[in-house]
Design a protein around this ligand. Sequence first.
Ligand SMILES: NC(=O)c1ccc[n+]([C@@H]2O[C@H](COP(=O)([O-])OP(=O)(O)OC[C@H]3O[C@@H](n4cnc5c(N)ncnc54)[C@H](O)[C@@H]3O)[C@@H](O)[C@H]2O)c1
Length: 381
Amino acid sequence: MITGTNSADHAAPIIVPTPDGAYPIFVGAGLLAQVASLMAELNSTTRQATGLNSVANKEAFSPRCALITNPRVGALYAARVVASLHANHFEPHVIEIPEGEKYKMLDTVRAIYGQLIDAQLDRRSLIFALGGGVVGDVAGFVAATFLRGVPFVQLPTTLLAMVDASIGGKVAVDHPHGKNLIGAFKQPHAVIADTDALATLPDVEFRAGMAEVVKHAIIGDAGLFRWLESGGWKLEVGDWLVRAIRVKVDIVARDPFEQSERAKLNLGHTFGHTLEKLSSYSMRHGDTVAIGLVCATHLAARLKMCDASLVTRVSGLLRALELPTCVPIEMSADAILDAMSTDKKRVNGRLRFVLPRVPGDVVMVDDVTREDVLAAIDESR
Ligand SMILES: NC(=O)c1ccc[n+]([C@@H]2O[C@H](COP(=O)([O-])OP(=O)(O)OC[C@H]3O[C@@H](n4cnc5c(N)ncnc54)[C@H](O)[C@@H]3O)[C@@H](O)[C@H]2O)c1
């Protein structure tokens, strides 16, 4: 059994309380080369920071473990994680899944199970997910179900995965009838976000992650929003990433199973998902979230929930980040509203919208009239 003794050089982790205990999120440069020593630290970190017994306290890990990644991310970063694990007496088995959302499906999961069985992993074997949200979701779903659940560590390498997908314990694969329809709640043992990985991220993926950073600022951190407006995001990744992560952490800690407040994280997504679907997924997720944030702000302004100047501020920030802010002219407001009405985010047959009041404060409403939604869409062109 691996218990480890090394300690690593990094800032104090963010601790996420969960129904079973807690897990740490480590954020910093160079952390992928320290994965195994961070795992060794894990027990004491979560115990000291929370006073809770984390799941990890109750068990040591088997030497045999799996590192799930894709060819692109694996070529860039798997070697340093593997070296760190070897140096700490782990025996990692590297599994590559094909690149892309279209492989976030049960066939991929089934292929991984076979490899885990062949590699003789047991219930104390760790699964490491090295990649963006697709790898994290697939590997997390495998970890939730293989041998009725094995411990799992997220190593997010996209901004979106660092700020959003790796946190909160939702894991899922897609079904031909829709995205993320087959899933589970599976809390990670740890999230280790190495900001160095962002250096190789394509610009378009970085911007997609920034759409979620802006979303988090609007939901829960007015200071972060102002700081982003002043161009702070052009500076080195660091504090702003941690602040954006904290917004999600605070919400999922209060609502781990998505029964109430967590719906706030859907800000911009009710509109955004619909645009994505109507474009047959040719529009990028980050782009549709950005446009969705503008639509939600227009709707809030119409309903006099926020000052009209917030529309200008939100669109201005998104434009500065080179994200789109206008609903495509070819999509009629009626078509968008009709498609939205089949979205799984309806509550008791009503559409629920998350609307900003001021930066850092949002409210959920489900009594918006059809006319107001149509008008808000048309104002967002
Ligand atoms: N579980 C959740 O709570 C949650 C939340 C939000 C999104 N998601 C899911 O996340 C997925 C989207 O995640 P994503 O935006 O990270 O996309 P992704 O995982 O598809 O990664 C985007 C692209 O970047 C590449 N890449 C990743 N890291 C890189 C790096 N450091 N350098 C160079 N290239 C790199 C990937 O290979 C891929 O081509 C969707 O499937 C979505 O449903 C899940």
